[in-house]
Write a protein that binds this ligand. Structure first.
Ligand SMILES: Nc1ncnc2c1ncn2[C@@H]1O[C@H](COP(=O)(O)OP(=O)(O)OP(=O)(O)O)[C@@H](O)[C@H]1O
Ligand SMILES: [Mg+2]
Length: 370
């Protein structure tokens, strides 16, 4: 006869912390469907992201805690639910009603053009999808959309849904939307500020995004209208800032970080793209732009370096052919770097969302629930 019951089990699991959120799994509501039948304990651990890099550690911590109270037979299922990142926390607010089925919007931005935002956005999105998340990608570069080429969707046009919404174009497991789907390649867009915001708003409101864990937004370069509009239109869970090793690129990043501070969008961290070149022959790392100073730069802003992506010929060629490197060469070192980036981004989003929820809880404690 078992000498444990649900209360003992929950007490034991109350000692297991989520290493990122620094709180125990029970009070975080992560333990679900706990059953005890014939000495077998079954439960589901619901993490905050399917791309959790600590999944294995959390599972073994749970199993160890169960064994400590005498459980020998167990079924510990690992599952995930991304929480909705809604900074103003007001259900029913216009922000909460846009993209209602989308849990977290992550922008990929930079202060400067041509540093690899679109490349990073596409490969990050596919890597998140491969780790088990449901992912969309929105090309917010209205003037110079890159997604149709990078995803091999040059000829694609979105269709309408039964309720007159625009259906995103599916590709590589993603749901994609881009201004490029609406235009012929030789058509130039001559829209100005307010119209840009309007186009973005349509991509957010008139597109049937469905139920998604993450929507990755490929931002246009710089710190202009689109950046402001996005922050006003949507609760952006966080921004990934892309830079190259040159200091001049970092000066632009500084400006981008400042702007995100102004719009109260958390910066999740920095990606150094074209960071170094790995020699195909000898495997040595060549720092063709000089030794990277990204770590010390990032530390000044108290930001993590989320990834250092090598410069590699396959990335550019595969992008032009509409097959991102994580699809063209899934076992390459670069694809591994992207997979780690995806895990770090998912982790950082979960932490930011949790922080906001904590602030909301505290405010409700002060002012009472409204
Ligand atoms: N790590 C890399 N190695 C090699 N080539 C790369 C790498 N990252 C990006 N590129 C290439 O650099 C060029 C610019 O990349 P990309 O279009 O992603 O930049 P961007 O920041 O989105 O540009 P824009 O500011 O115009 O939107 C592309 O040709 C792309 O294939
Ligand atoms: Mg781009």
């Amino acid at each position: 006869m078992a000498n444990f019951d649900k209360a003992t089990i929950l007490e034991a699991l109350g000692t297991v912390n989520d290493p990122d959120l620094h709180r125990d799994l029970v009070s975080l509501g992560m333990i679900r469907d706990l059953e005890i039948a014939d000495d077998v304990v079954s439960l589901r651990v619901v993490l905050t992201t399917p791309a959790c890099p600590l999944k294995g550690k959390i599972q073994s911590d749970v199993e160890a805690a169960l064994r400590k109270v005498g459980v020998e037979k167990m079924n510990v299922a690992m599952d995930a639910e991304v929480h909705r990142a809604n900074p103003d926390g007001t259900p029913g607010s216009p922000q909460a009603e846009r993209m209602p089925g989308v849990k977290a919007v992550v922008a990929v931005a930079s202060g400067k053009g041509g540093v690899g935002k679109s490349t990073v956005a596409v490969n990050l999105a596919i890597s998140l999808q491969r780790l088990g998340a449901k992912v969309g990608i929105l090309d917010a570069d209205i003037y110079g959309p890159s997604l149709p080429i990078m995803l091999g969707l040059r000829e694609s046009r979105p269709t309408m849904t039964a309720d007159e919404k625009i259906a995103p174009v599916p590709r590589y497991g993603l749901q994609a939307m881009s201004m490029g789907f609406m235009l012929r390649e030789d058509q130039a867009v001559v829209w100005r500020g307010p119209m840009l915001g309007k186009a973005l708003q349509q991509f957010i409101e008139d597109v049937d995004w469905g139920e998604l864990d993450y929507v990755i937004v490929d931002m246009p370069p710089g710190t202009g209208d689109v950046q402001l509009s996005l922050a006003q239109l949507l609760p952006v869970a966080g921004t990934v800032v892309v830079t190259t090793p040159q200091d001049v690129a970092f000066a632009d990043v500084r400006r981008a970080i400042k702007q995100f501070e102004l719009t109260k969008t958390p910066v999740l961290g920095i990606v150094e793209n074209m960071s170094h070149f790995v020699c195909g022959g000898c495997g040595a790392e060549h720092h063709i732009f000089g030794e990277s100073r990204i770590e010390s730069h990032a530390a000044k802003y108290d930001l993590p370096v989320l990834a250092r992506i090598p410069l590699d010929g396959v990335t550019a060629v595969s992008a032009d052919q509409g097959e991102p490197i994580v699809v063209a060469a899934p076992d390459s070192d670069t694809a591994k770097v992207y997979s780690e980036l995806a895990q770090r981004v998912a982790q950082a989003v979960a932490v930011e969302t949790h922080k906001r929820a904590g602030v909301k809880e505290k405010l409700q404690g002060f002012f009472g629930k409204r």
